[in-house]
Design a binder for this molecule. Sequence first.
Ligand code: OGA
Ligand code: NI
Length: 361
Amino acid sequence: MAPSISTIHSSPLNILDFVVNKGHGVKGLSDLGIKTLPYQYIQPSQERFDHTTNEEFNKDSIPVIDLSKWDDPKVTKAVCDAAEKWGFFQIINHGVPMHVLENVKDATHNFYELPAEEKLKYSKEQSVTNSVRFGTSFTPEVEKALEWKDYLSLFFVSDDEAASLWPPVCRNQALEYIKSSETVVKKLLKILMNGLNVKEIDKTKESILMGSKRINLNYYPKCPNPELTVGVGRHSDVSTLTILLQDDIGGLYVRNIDSMKWVHVPPVNGSLVINVGDALQIMSNGKYESVEHRVIANGNDNRISVPIFVNPRPSDVIGPLAEVIESGEKPIYKNVLYSDYVKHFFRKAHDGKATVDFAKV
Ligand code: OGA
Ligand code: NI
């Protein structure tokens, strides 16, 4: 039986126990109907969303690119320009069927509707594999303030592993989304590589660019006092590229490279949001930049999002690509083992763009 609100509030320790150890997540807190945000979630004022200046942020947003004629020079230029100027863009007519996107959104809701005991089987403590992880916030062990978000993270190793270990309520839908997005991922990488003078993606490059994948099913429940916390704090992704599906609630903000202003990424029906990750920033020697983004907490609605992180393989060594350096450009990043880079990211709380310093020369 779920504890009552009064037992939750009686001791600060109980919040963490309920949310983390018992597997209720912040969704469990939200479902209880708590009226005030537990103090553990109160973010320092500089990390909160400043609603008073919000209007100004919304004037300009990231490009929406129609990929139906993806090899048209106008389109390839738009993709490269967006990756350079924004590090973020949306794509439409991307070839991933709408029913695949709808199905994975439904599957995400279905996973979160499972009882806490069921979800807890996929937690760090109980999961039979490191490839499947149900959790909350980002790294509760090291965070000074928690983030108002639950997640299920699935590392794709093979179809067989996914079939036997991923939660049955969402595995087929998640797999289908990964498979159906493969073509568009390859197209985008081809375009972006051409922009770096890389004419062909051979097998070695393919491994380094997209040799592993992780899919997250994110849940941001309705929040009491959303102005005091965040859904996800400022960060850049450690991926090569991220392909993000969001529902129609909104709340993802991106920092513009020039103005440093926060810009909303409005939900566009059927679109996918693409962003450059740190691995591509490193490989492109900074030509394409991974950009800071964050998600606000919402006082009225539950929100879901489903990013696919297209990554190097953990065993790959990444650094500025030979083709980029050949022109005489000075490397600003050194070679790093990708698994070391990722470990560094997960050892700390979200801290904006700081992760990439790990690879600076
Ligand atoms: C992430 C992320 C944004 C969103 O999972 O890395 O930035 O809209 N998500 O959920
Ligand atoms: Ni992100």
